[in-house]
Write a protein of this length. Structure first.
Lengths: 112, 156
């Protein structure tokens, strides 16, 4: 879907290293390395993608690596190749078998 | 010999009878022993022989049943009731109505109900209606969509 309308999207290709803070209105697809803060509506970390820093979004899909902080207000999926460490906040979570989770897990709305 | 003979008059004939009695007695004991052995081997066979070979019958804490204390099992444990305390088992299933509060150690753990406490397992599967809270160390994890988990997760 990102290929159809690329407005407001960020694509980080494999081998690219990005440092800084990023505000992405729509989709952020990460195949490279991001160091810093990343906020997007939808975040896809591909199998080769690595994020060091803060990751916030509505839906987050991790096939690669997310370190330090992850916050998802809608759904967080850690795929079988995915790895999430640090402080993780979510409202709905799914971890595929083989996914790697290490850290503190917090439910954003625990009484739902 | 007089100890074994019921009759107080010891003559050679009586002695022979007593000897026979002793022999019979020991024979009977041997028969009893072999019976006991065959019974226990039967029990082992029965424990290991359900519809799925190699998997023994599960121990079940039924719905409405509350257990407080320590449970240790080499086999499968199904919890549909409430357990407060320490559980050690090879495989544990916490059913949708099941609640566990305490320490849990197992190779395989499936959670469909509620779990609070310290968990140590190899293979963890959290169902969509499950609530898990605590310190969880695991080797392999699978959380189905909708499962509510919080606390510390440690991958071994």
């Amino acid at each position: 879907m990102a290929e159809v309308n690329q407005q407001g999207c960020l694509f980080v290709g494999e081998g690219v290293v990005l440092k800084g803070n990023f505000e992405v209105p729509d989709i952020a697809s990460i195949s490279g390395v991001v160091e810093g803060e990343l906020t997007a509506k939808q975040i896809l970390i591909e199998a080769t993608g690595v994020v060091h820093g803060k990751l916030s979004g509505e839906t987050i899909d991790i096939r690669g690596e997310a370190n330090e902080f992850v916050s998802s207000t809608r759904s967080l999926i850690i795929r079988s190749t995915g790895k999430a460490t640090g402080s993780i906040h979510y409202s709905e979570i799914e971890i595929e078998k083989g996914g790697h989770l290490h850290g503190d897990l917090h439910n954003l709305n625990p009484h739902s | 010999m007089s100890i074994f003979s019921k009759n107080s008059t010891p003559d050679s004939n009586e002695d022979k009878i007593a000897d026979e009695q002793v022999e019979n007695y020991s024979e009977a004991a041997a028969v009893e022993e072999s019976v006991a052995v065959s019974t226990s081997s039967y029990e082992v066979a029965r424990n290991e022989a359900p519809s799925r070979p190699g998997i023994s019958k599960p121990s079940i804490i039924s719905e409405g049943f509350t257990f407080e204390g320590t449970i240790t099992s080499d086999g499968v444990l199904n919890i549909a009731g409430t357990v407060r305390g320490k559980i050690t088992a090879k495989s544990v299933l916490i059913d949708a109505s099941g609640q566990v509060d305490g320490e849990l150690n197992s190779d395989q753990l499936v959670i469909k109900g509620q779990l609070k406490g310290e968990v140590n397992c190899e293979d963890l599967n959290v169902g969509p209606l499950a609530h898990v809270d605590g310190t969880i160390s695991y080797k392999y994890i699978h959380i189905q969509r909708g499962g509510k988990v919080s606390g510390k997760f440690i991958k071994n």
